[in-house]
Design a protein around this ligand. Structure first.
Ligand code: AMP
Length: 405
């Protein structure tokens, strides 16, 4: 059987894809279709063997994007792509899904049911899954949920202190996100540390979206994101946690609806809102280095909030053996890692600044002093790889003969 999997990450206006399953962990093919369902011209980018091609996408919707991927695979026989199945990233699995599943009618109905708490994401996922089912009909499809890893949180952590009736009737609670990344990092850590099963770790997934997670014995015990990915850390364009009354103040002051005010917190806040320049950490680091004090303030606020949330989720751990940085910022910004660790000295976290500054890009590195009690790691995340692995695992399980046959 082939070991290749097409991983699809479907957003409302974009569709990211990758084919994994070669001899290395690197994708055989990857790309993105952008500006889907937009009045502007949509286009699709393919990257294969170091070569990149960009072309217009006639039709400009999810259907056209999936069709273009199928056509590329068909037309590029030398790439030798033979898919075993398709893995779909799904942002919200609510309380219905605590692990990855093979997609059937019941699963699709479940993803649809969770759309009330993920109105921006789940409808796009359903569109992508249905389209891929239509075009790659014979292949099995697997759904991998961002929320699933945090279904181990205890009620005292996942409940909001609001009337219980709202949880019972509407499932309003903390779900947490970035679960695929945290599970991947946790598996990497289990290989690095033989006693990991008895240890505790904090993970900071810092990218354009950012969150932290406390893990005990390989299981998520607390995380910073909530019912949506807006809660918790300051992010690229999201404010993170703030006094909820502010939403109503913004709406009244600017004569906006609640949804429009929420849009400001999701799209115009965070690094972008404070710097008034960019949501991109690298751009802000360059601006800060040339004396831009607003960029510096944005980066300081980002690091201080990340440290605060790490300390907060650490209250659910009995000890601490590992701190891991991952995501575009966590893996690449020595400045942010240093500023965060400086604020976590009270937890006993110490960084070797020389190692922090000189780590090779894209590799697992330990950046704590050699004898440090708490190991500080950089571990590059690979959500697509885990989605591909889950997909293959479930497909193999579904074709294994049962013990009674
Ligand atoms: P992600 O969402 O995980 O892809 O991460 C995107 C973020 O990582 C953006 O804010 C980038 O500016 C940031 N990033 C990527 N490379 C670097 C770098 N070398 N230094 C600082 N930030 C970086």
């Amino acid at each position: 059987m082939s070991h290749q999997v097409l991983v699809i990450n479907c957003g409302s206006s974009s569709l990211k894809f990758a084919v994994l399953g070669g001899h290395s962990n690197c994708p055989i093919l990857e790309g993105i279709a952008e500006r889907l369902d937009s009045p502007e011209q949509s286009f699709i980018t393919f990257k294969h063997n170091g070569a990149k091609s960009v072309s217009a996408l006639p039709g400009g919707d999810h259907q056209a994007a999936v069709g273009a991927i199928k056509e590329w695979i068909h037309n590029n026989k030398s790439a030798a792509i033979q898919l075993a199945g398709i893995g779909h990233r799904v942002v919200h699995g609510g309380e219905l899904f605590s692990e990855s599943v093979i997609v059937d009618e019941r699963v699709l109905a479940g993803i649809e049911q969770c759309a009330n708490i993920a109105p921006l994401h789940n409808p796009a996922h359903i569109k992508g899954i249905k389209e891929a089912q239509k075009q790659f009909g014979k292949l099995p499809h697997v759904a991998v949920f961002d929320t699933a890893f945090h279904q181990t949180l205890s009620a005292d952590q996942y409940l909001y202190p609001i009337p219980m009736r709202l949880y019972r009737e509407h499932h309003f609670r903390k779900y947490g996100f970035h679960g695929t990344s945290y599970r991947y990092i946790s598996m990497q850590l289990a290989e690095l540390s033989p006693t990991y099963g008895k240890q505790n770790a904090l993970i900071a997934h810092l990218g354009n979206g950012a969150s932290v997670c406390a893990i005990s014995g390989g299981v998520s015990v607390d995380t910073s994101m909530g019912i949506t990915p807006l809660e918790g850390l300051m992010m690229g364009t999201r404010s993170g946690s703030l006094d909820p009354s502010l939403l109503s103040f913004i709406a009244h002051a600017e004569q906006l609806s609640m949804d429009e005010a929420l849009n400001i917190l999701n799209k115009d806040s965070g690094l972008k809102g404070i710097s008034e320049k960019s949501n991109d950490c690298r751009t802000l680091e360059m601006a800060q280095a040339s004396g831009d004090t607003q960029a510096d303030l944005a980066l300081t606020m980002f690091a201080s909030r990340a440290a605060k949330h790490l300390a907060s989720v650490a209250t659910n751990l009995e000890s601490l053996e590992h701190l891991i940085f991952t995501g575009g910022i966590g893996e690449n910004s020595a400045l942010i890692r240093s500023r965060i660790c400086q604020r976590l000295k009270t937890l006993g976290i110490i960084l070797d600044e020389t190692k922090n500054e000189s780590v090779p890009r894209g590799e697992i590195s330990c950046i704590a002093p050699i004898n440090a009690v708490i190991k500080v790691w950089i571990i590059p995340t690979n959500e697509e790889l885990l989605i591909a692995q889950d997909t293959l695992h479930l497909i193999n399980k579904s074709i294994e003969p049962s013990p009674n046959t």
